[in-house]
Write a new protein. Structure first.
Length: 425
């Protein structure tokens, strides 16, 4: 009787237990009964969400954030596919190859990139997706040693692509300032952009990735501004006449400049396909990589291909051939508001370069940590902080980009980017 009088009350009956059971333990019980491969990222995300305040998990650069098909893969692919070549060299391509062969070049480019993307998606659906992006896929298909060789070539191509995008940015600034006669002015702006973007990647790219939707919206506004401007009246001084059946017929057939051919024009345009694997390179930062990579990559390829064809048709139908061949900024003169087009140009060059500086060092880091990489170079796999930012690998990629900025222009760099990408595909 005395024992029952002094017995501890059952506080759990009233929901007042001294220590609440951890919700993570419930999640653990659930996950034990399901496919661990499918739920591992979900578990990590739930674990971090329950253990950290929302404001810390979402706004602190040191905290990890996982992305989905649209905010992660789709935006990354679009920002890299719809890049500097579309803004600066589409008119030049139409002037040389004509509307017909330009559309053929677009079709071949999209076909090659789609085959590579579909193959990657198929691999992702049949194995557990890990970090490492392209190298992870190559390692599963080709084996470790061959994957290292192809992965290094891919990183080299990405490094040169960073040079391509920043040089395109520098050229546009140089043309705006009317200093295009001195190539080192464009290279100076390109080097400044490369240094700035490298610093952002060293500090953390979470804020940049979260701004991708805004950046993509800006590029889409620039594209719409170009299309709307094509319906507006033009004075014809710059070679922009307005829609004309005779002009479209005249611009349909090829008329190559000295030293140009179908293959040189194709080599300049083909690097637009390199961005198709940008979403796959984010494999370590996705909530559900298998689903997100497929949806985001296919959607970005389809939408960008549509804009490619529209740009070619519009330029071929309203601009004289001499202007297409001589003026790399002809699309600005077609657009309704040139300022919007320039903003889209600058955003596309910066985001494309940032995508290369984000993906290539992490692939190189994964290669360096494998058993198939020379031990003396294993320091490339070192990372800084909780997120393992590949500082040394990023430095190597940035220095390679800097070297090619100093020796080339857009037409020189684009075929170099094409070669390693074609080999990997």
């Amino acid at each position: 009787m005395t024992e029952s009088k002094h017995a501890e009350p059952d506080w759990e009956r009233y929901g007042l237990q001294l220590q609440q059971p951890s919700k993570l333990s419930d999640a653990d019980d659930i996950l034990e009964d399901t496919d661990s491969d499918d739920n591992e990222l979900f578990y990590e995300e739930q674990k971090s969400t329950l253990s950290k305040p929302w404001w810390k998990a979402n706004f602190f650069l040191s905290e990890r954030v996982l992305f989905g098909a649209w905010d992660g893969v789709f935006t990354s692919c679009m920002l890299n596919i719809f890049g500097i070549i579309i803004f600066l060299r589409t008119g030049w391509m139409v002037g040389n190859a004509g509307v017909g062969l330009s559309i053929l070049i677009i079709f071949i480019t999209l076909l090659v990139s789609t085959i590579g993307a579909m193959s990657s998606i198929g691999i992702c659906e049949r194995c557990k997706v890990e970090s490492g992006g392209v190298y992870f896929l190559l390692n599963h298909v080709l084996g470790g040693q061959l994957a290292v060789a192809v992965g290094i070539l891919y990183c080299f191509g990405q490094s040169v692509s960073c040079s391509l995008y920043t040089v395109g940015f520098g050229e546009s600034i140089s043309n705006l300032l009317q200093t295009s006669s001195n190539p080192w002015v464009a290279r100076g702006f390109a080097i400044a952009a490369l240094v700035l973007l490298t610093g952002i990647n060293l500090a953390g790219v979470k804020w940049v990735i979260r701004l991708q939707l805004v950046l993509l919206f800006t590029i889409m506004i620039a594209a719409v501004d170009f299309i709307v401007g094509s319906f507006m009246p033009h004075n014809g001084v710059d070679g922009v006449l307005g829609y004309s059946t005779a002009l479209l017929r005249n611009n349909t057939s090829p008329q190559y400049s000295n030293g140009e051919s179908f293959f040189t024009v194709f080599g300049v345009f083909f690097p637009t396909a390199c961005g198709v694997l940008s979403g796959i390179n984010m494999s370590g930062d996705l909530r559900n990589p298998r689903k997100a990579i497929a949806i985001g990559t296919i959607s970005a390829t389809a939408l960008s291909g549509t804009f490619y064809v529209i740009f070619v048709f519009v330029l071929g139908a309203i601009v004289e051939r001499w202007a297409l061949l001589s003026d790399f900024m002809i699309s600005e003169k077609v657009s309704a508001l040139g300022a919007l087009w320039l903003i889209g140009l600058y955003v596309s060059s910066i985001t494309s370069c940032m995508g290369g500086l984000y993906g290539a060092p992490r692939i190189l880091q994964s290669i360096a940590t494998s058993n198939n990489f020379p031990r003396p170079l294993s320091y490339l796999g070192m990372g800084k902080g909780a997120n393992k930012v590949p500082v040394i690998s990023l430095t190597v990629v940035a220095l390679t980009s800097l070297l090619f900025i100093c020796v080339g222009d857009v037409n020189f760099l684009a075929p170099i980017v094409t070669m390693p990408f074609s080999l990997r595909t």
